[in-house]
Ligand binder design. Structure first.
Ligand SMILES: *Cc1c(COP(=O)(O)O)cnc(C)c1O
Ligand SMILES: [Zn+2]
Length: 397
């Protein structure tokens, strides 16, 4: 077990624990989901957290997500595969203030990450751990951004990448994969179809799969958003966080981070109300949440300009729904036309070209404000998960 000896990075990882059945898995060997056949849940990395670790360890650390390396799973420095991901800026709404009344509304702007989306965080952690475990080929199904990120980080790590992507994805997502040297396969179907194929072929070809939440460490990378939000807001979390939900990694990751930060004594027990925003065409979480259900149904109504949200049935739907309930959150859908309009509104008034997934949050904010679900004086954070530049072929100007 890694925890028996001190790691070079200071990583405090102990093991991988199943949040459903409690089965413990060693973090020193390759893992996917829980080995319990009846369970197959996403695994959560567990750390040896105590309240005698002081925040001052962060002083002078690099402005990347690896400033939190004690709470990440990599044991040896040489295995960290980084392109400078994370520690993205918090940017307040400035010129659209007529919509926000007396709220304070901020973006956490993930568009400046390597390959233009927050996928860089999860993939940096997953590829680093794969390198540490000696893996030579990594495969993933993707709706777009995860493929580009995997291709880039695999190139950096000297690992082969195989990417399965729906044909309907904008060209730039395909071109970047090929430029970074990945093997790209275009599929006539959605991300679930890609996932099925990767799953079959991975077994035959010995590829390691990093499908969303079927691999434990992408979650660890994405959770660093939660650490950053706490640090950047001076350890006082906002009241509401809006998140564009595909597979749900970021949402679950932030929730996990807040839990870890409370164990460290760096924050208190107050949690933001978490809001899952989906596209009208892929609304399984919204339907399940509003019907009071604990699992979601397969839902794919076809094309959306927010390709990151075209996930018909998230693997960790149960956990997403639990987070929404435990935080007294909400779930809301936004249509493509509203997203397109928001991309333009934010660009023209705020000087930011956000991804349609991020733009959806601005429309969700306005709706939740109008119904007074968001109350006067509350502090609201929207996660702009990616750069609008990659989506321009689908945006009406
Ligand atoms: C992948 C992606 C999402 C959804 O992220 P999940 O972790 O799958 O919920 C949202 N926005 C963008 C831009 C993405 O690339
Ligand atoms: Zn289990």
């Amino acid at each position: 077990m890694i925890s028996d000896t001190e790691t070079e990075t200071g990583s405090l990882i102990i093991n991988l624990t199943c949040p459903e059945c409690g089965t413990i898995h060693s973090a020193a060997v390759v893992n996917t989901v829980c080995i319990n056949e009846a369970c197959r849940s996403t695994l959560f990395a567990k750390y040896n957290l105590s309240d005698n670790i002081d925040k001052s360890i962060l002083i002078g650390r690099p402005a990347t997500m690896w400033r939190y390396k004690e709470f990440l799973p990599i044991a040896e420095e040489k295995n960290i595969v980084t392109l400078g991901e994370g520690f993205t800026p918090i940017i307040p709404i400035e010129n659209l203030k007529q919509f926000i009344g007396d709220n304070e509304v901020f973006w956490k702007d993930e568009s400046g990450n390597p390959t233009g989306s927050f996928k860089a965080r999860g993939i940096s952690a997953a590829v680093s751990k794969a390198k540490e475990l000696g893996i030579d080929t990594i495969a993933t199904p993707t709706a777009g951004n995860a493929g580009g990120a995997l291709a880039a980080y695999a190139a950096r790590a000297g690992i082969k990448a195989v990417v399965y992507m729906p044909k309907q994805t904008p060209q730039v997502f395909k071109d970047e994969c090929r430029l970074y040297g990945a093997e790209l396969v275009e599929i006539d179907g959605n991300i679930s179809d890609c996932g099925r194929l990767v799953n079959e072929l991975a077994e035959i070809n010995g590829w390691f799969q990093v499908s969303t939440l079927k691999e434990p460490y992408r979650l660890e990378g994405k959770k660093t958003m939660g650490y950053e939000i706490a640090e950047q807001f001076n350890w006082q979390l906002p009241d509401v966080i809006l998140y564009p939900t595909g597979g749900g990694t970021g949402l679950i990751g932030m929730w996990k981070a807040f839990d870890e930060l409370e164990q460290l004594g760096w924050i208190g027990s107050k949690r933001p109300r978490m809001v899952a925003v989906q596209s009208e065409s892929c609304n399984g979480i919204v339907s399940a949440f509003n019907a009071g259900k604990h699992v979601s149904e397969f839902a794919d109504g076809g094309f959306t300009i927010a390709n990151g949200l075209r996930v018909p049935k998230p693997y960790a739907d149960k956990v997403i729904l639990r987070v929404l309930r435990e935080t007294n959150g909400a779930a809301i859908t936004i249509g493509d036309q509203e997203m397109n309009a928001a991309v333009k509104e934010i660009a023209r008034h705020e000087g930011m070209l956000v991804a349609p997934e991020g733009a959806a949050l601005w429309q969700a904010y306005k709706k939740l404000k109008a119904t007074q679900w968001i109350k006067p004086g509350e502090k609201v954070l929207m996660i702009n998960t990616g750069s609008g530049y990659k989506y321009l072929e689908n945006i009406e100007l």
